[in-house]
Structures are given as C-alpha cells and as structure tokens.
Design a protein around this ligand. Structure first.
Ligand code: PLP
Length: 347
C-alpha cells in the first residue's frame, strides 16, 4: 500500500470543518503587518533573526534549540530525511501509532523507510506496551501526536517518557504538538531530560496561519544539527516572517479562540448525545464522531448544506467515523443545525 497525502476537495464558499483550521481567521495584527510590507522587503531574502528570538521567547527555549520551518509538514519531512540518512543501516524503521496524521507514513515512504504501525486499542487507549515492544535496533524514528489527530486523545506523560527512554542510540522521538494550545499541555519543559526528544509545533491551527505555512521544531541543538542541514536556508517567506512576529504580539487572539473551541466542543458533545452518536471527548479543536453506517450520509448531507467535514471511516479503528472541526461557536451551531436536519433526511 502506498501512503500519500490526498488534499481533500472542498467547494468554495463552504464552511470548512474538515482540516482543523481556525474558522475565525488570524489576528488582525497579522493583516496590518502584511499591508506594511514594502517592495524592497519582498525583493530581499528574508532575515530570520528577530522571528527566531521571538519564537524562542514564546516557547521558553534557547534560539539554538529551534528551527523555523515552512509549516510543520516541512519539519516532519526534514526530520524523516535526517533520521534515515544513514544508508548503511538496511531495514531502518519509523513507528507510528494508528490512527494518526497521514504525513508520517508518507514521509517515511518517501525516504525509503519501513513503517511499523501499531494498531489501535479499544477507544484509542494509548498502546504503550505494544509500542515499547515494537522498538528495536532498526528504529530510527517514532512519531507520536499529542493530542492525537483524528482522535483528540492525549498520551499519558509517563508513556511519552517510557518511549523516549526505550529508543536506541541516535533514534528520534518526534512528538507532534500541532494541537497543544487547545490541550493547554506541552512536553517542552521536559526537553532537557530527553536528548532524543524533538517537538513539532505549528501556527496553522490555533493561530489561524495555515495559509502562510509556519511551523517549528524544538529540541536539543545537537539533535537539530542534522535536521538543520536538510531545511532549505530560506524556507519561510518574508510574508510568513512578519505575520508570525505580529501574531506572537497578540496572545489574546489565540486565548479567545481556544475558549470558543472549548465551548464548541461542549455543544458538539451535547448534539451527539441528542442524535445518539458516539463521540470521543477531545483535547484538540475537533471531535471524532461515530455515525456508523450513516457516516457517508452525514458527510454528504452536511456537504449539501455547505459544510465540509472529514470522512475518516477508512482509518484504522475509525469504522463509521467522521471528524468535525470545532471552531468558533457560531460555525459550530450552523454545523449542529445541519447535522440535525441531515439526521431527518430520507434513509
Ligand atoms: C495540521 C497538522 C500538521 C501540519 O501542520 P502545518 O504547519 O500546516 O504543516 C502537522 N501535524 C498534525 C498532527 C496536524 O494535524
């Protein structure tokens, strides 16, 4: 089976609840900063010094312990390239815990690595013993997502530590914290204790900057060194640079959005209860809902009403499941109204 990311189609003007974007948009300070860009600034290669300092301060790490990337996706690819660079080791492997973000398998295959997939436990409980068992001398990279996409489940902190300790020398534990702002939880404070630990963050989700492509890798400078050599020197464009500097000056915008998402999730849970749909309480900005045999009907019914959600029925453990982004409350109410109408559609 070939693993590749397929961009899900979305009709224009639809309410996008399928890619976990910020449905309210970015901070207005970002637009002001973009408008102030001059022709000369666009003509020159970007300077990253100020943004690197601002990011380091934001995450509470040293500037030498982070790499800015063109979206976290680029960080994932660069990490995979670096982790598999030693061609003298045949059979090198990356471990993923199913179900999870598609890019890990796509990146691993792109560099000729072997994927070891840990199947899900009931209700997506973290399969720690299976994962620890799967680690071997061939393990180059372990991908963990906290909270996980598409399940919204958090990994126990002790489990992350256990995996970090178990890795063979030179292997990397990539902890993808794309949704950390919604969970209000991060492992960044533990970095000093785990030299193999690399944390990935993105400004695509809570910050509403998916269109500008902004991510960051955080880890010990020695762990980052081979990855730094993979990331192109001018990977972030100048619009992204000024945008993120402005966004970091407006933490209230993100805090307000996270509160909207909290309320939206509660509304979605209540709607699922009324409609008799199983769901998994989520620490991220989306909810995985089990519609069973009605999953396709739900996705199509919402689409006819101008709302796009993500069909996850073919993901391991996600039989009959649909993933719905929880954005600003007004959008969530529109989605719930459409879900209720759809449930009355002719069977
Ligand atoms: C959205 C997402 C990303 C990608 O982030 P970008 O910065 O948009 O490339 C990475 N990991 C996970 C788990 C995601 O859901």
């Amino acid at each position: 089976m070939i693993h590749e990311y397929r961009r899900p189609p979305a009709p224009e003007a639809a309410l996008r609840l399928h890619l976990n974007e910020n449905t309210g948009g970015c901070s207005p300070l970002v637009l002001e900063a973009l408008r102030r860009l001059t022709p000369e600034e666009l003509a020159y290669y970007p300077n990253y010094a100020e943004l690197t300092a601002a990011c380091a301060a934001h995450f509470g790490v040293r500037e030498t312990d982070l790499i800015l990337t063109n979206g976290l996706d680029e960080g994932l690819l660069a990490t995979t390239v670096a982790a598999f660079r030693d061609r003298t080791r045949p059979g090198a492997e990356a471990i993923i815990v199913q179900p999870t973000f598609d890019m890990y398998a796509a990146c691993t295959e792109a560099v000729g690595g072997r994927i070891v997939a840990i199947p899900p436990r009931p209700d997506f409980a973290f399969p720690l013993s299976e994962l620890v068992e799967a680690v071997s001398e061939s393990t180059r990279l372990v991908f963990l997502t906290n909270p996980n996409n598409p399940t919204g489940q958090l990994i126990p902190r002790s489990a992350i530590e256990r995996v970090a300790h178990r890795l063979p020398r030179g292997a990397i534990l990539l902890l993808d914290e794309a949704y950390a702002e919604f969970a209000r939880e991060t492992f960044i404070d533990q970095l000093g204790r785990h030299p193999s630990l690399l944390i990935g963050r993105t400004f695509a989700k809570a910050y509403g900057l998916a269109g500008l492509r902004l991510g960051v890798l955080i880890g010990d400078a020695a762990l980052l060194a081979p990855i730094r050599r993979v990331v192109p020197p001018y990977s972030l464009n100048v619009a992204a640079v000024v945008a993120l500097q402005a966004a970091l000056r407006d933490p209230a915008h993100v805090e307000n959005y996270v509160r909207e998402v909290d309320e939206s999730k509660l509304l979605l849970y209540a709607a699922c209860q009324r409609l008799g749909l199983k769901y998994w309480p989520s620490s991220a900005n989306f909810v995985l809902v089990r519609a069973g045999g009605n999953a396709r009907r739900l996705v199509d019914g919402l689409q006819r009403r101008g709302i796009v959600v993500r069909d996850r029925t073919s993901e391991p453990g996600c039989d009959g499941c649909v993933r719905i982004t929880a954005g600003i409350v007004e959008h969530t109410r529109a989605c719930i109204a459409a879900m209720e109408e759809t449930s009355c559609d002719a069977q």
